[in-house]
Ligand binder design. Structure first.
Ligand SMILES: CC(C)(COP(=O)(O)OP(=O)(O)OC[C@H]1O[C@@H](n2cnc3c(N)ncnc32)[C@H](O)[C@@H]1OP(=O)(O)O)[C@@H](O)C(=O)NCCC(=O)NCCS
Length: 214
C-alpha cells in the first residue's frame, strides 16, 4: 500500500478530471453532485479548472494510480458559474432522471444552487463592482482521496502543497467549509492546525488556518 515517498503531487490537467470525478463519486457517495452522475461531476471540476479563478488544482498519484485531488485558491462563482455554463446539460440530466427530485438531499441542494444562481444573475445585472474581502483568503474548495488510499498521507501532502502555494501567493489566511457531521474530515483538518470559526458561539462548518510568517 502507499507510503509517503510513493505519493506524487502535480497540477491537474483537463484529461485528469474524469479520474478526479471518479474519486469524488467514491469519496462523497451521498453528495447532490454525485447523484447527478460522473459527467456532471467532471463538468463541475472542469469549471473550477478553466473558469476565471485564481486556483491551484492538484492531483496525487500513488504508484501511477490517481489517488486524490485538491482545488484551492480564490474562486469566482464556483457554483453559480458551473450552473450557468452547464444549465442545459443539467436541466436535461434532471428531466431524464426525475427520481432525483425525490431525494430530499438533492432537492435541498438544487434549491440552494438555484438561489445562488439567481443571486448571481441579479448581481451581475445590477452591480459592476465586488466588495473586497477584509483579509484575502486562500480557500480550499474541495479535497478528496480515493477511499482505497485514505489514511496514508495523501490528503496531508495535498494540503501541504496547497498551503505552500498560498504562502507563496502572499495569503496569510486559509479558509474552508466542511459539513459539521463530517467527523473524519474535521479530525483531518484539526490535525493539520485548522481551527473551527464560530459565529456568535455557533459553529456552522467554517474552518480557518492563519499562515504565520516563517
Ligand atoms: C478527509 C480526507 C481528504 C483525508 O485524506 P487522507 O489521505 O485520508 O488523510 P491523511 O492520511 O493524509 O491523514 C492526515 C492526518 O489526518 C488525520 N486523520 C485522517 N483521517 C482521520 C480519521 N478518519 N480520523 C482521525 N484522524 C484522521 C490523522 O491525524 C492523519 O495524520 P497521521 O496519519 O500523521 O496521524 C479523506 O479522508 C477524504 O477524502 N474523505 C472524504 C472526502 C471528504 O470528506 N473531504 C473533505 C470535505 S470538506
Amino acid at each position: 500500500m502507499a507510503n509517503a515517498s510513493q505519493i506524487e503531487i502535480r497540477p491537474l490537467k483537463s484529461a485528469d478530471l474524469e479520474s478526479a470525478a471518479r474519486v469524488h463519486l467514491a469519496a462523497f457517495p451521498e453528495s447532490a453532485l454525485t447523484a447527478l452522475g460522473l459527467e456532471s461531476v467532471r463538468r463541475y471540476y472542469d469549471w473550477q479548472l478553466t473558469g476565471p479563478h485564481d486556483a491551484l488544482a492538484i492531483g496525487a498519484w500513488c504508484d501511477g494510480e490517481f489517488a486524490g485531488f485538491c482545488f484551492g485558491g480564490v474562486f469566482r462563482g464556483a457554483m453559480s458559474g458551473f450552473l450557468q455554463r452547464n444549465r442545459l446539460y443539467l436541466a436535461w440530466r434532471v428531466l431524464t432522471h426525475p427520481w432525483l427530485a425525490l431525494n430530499p438531499l438533492f432537492r435541498n441542494r438544487l434549491v440552494s444552487g438555484l438561489n445562488i444562481y439567481r443571486r448571481f444573475r441579479g448581481s451581475a445585472k445590477t452591480s459592476t463592482t465586488t466588495k473586497p474581502a477584509a483579509q484575502p483568503r486562500f480557500g480550499i474548495l474541495a479535497i478528496a482521496v480515493n477511499p482505497k488510499f485514505q489514511g496514508f498521507g495523501v490528503g496531508k501532502q495535498l494540503m501541504q502543497v496547497s498551503e505552500t502555494a498560498a504562502r507563496e501567493r502572499g495569503f496569510t489566511l486559509m479558509q474552508l467549509s466542511v459539513n459539521t457531521e463530517n467527523f473524519q474530515a474535521i479530525k483531518f483538518y484539526e490535525s493539520l492546525g485548522w481551527q473551527k470559526s464560530l459565529v456568535q458561539e455557533i459553529w456552522k462548518g467554517e474552518m480557518l488556518k492563519p499562515l504565520a510568517e516563517r
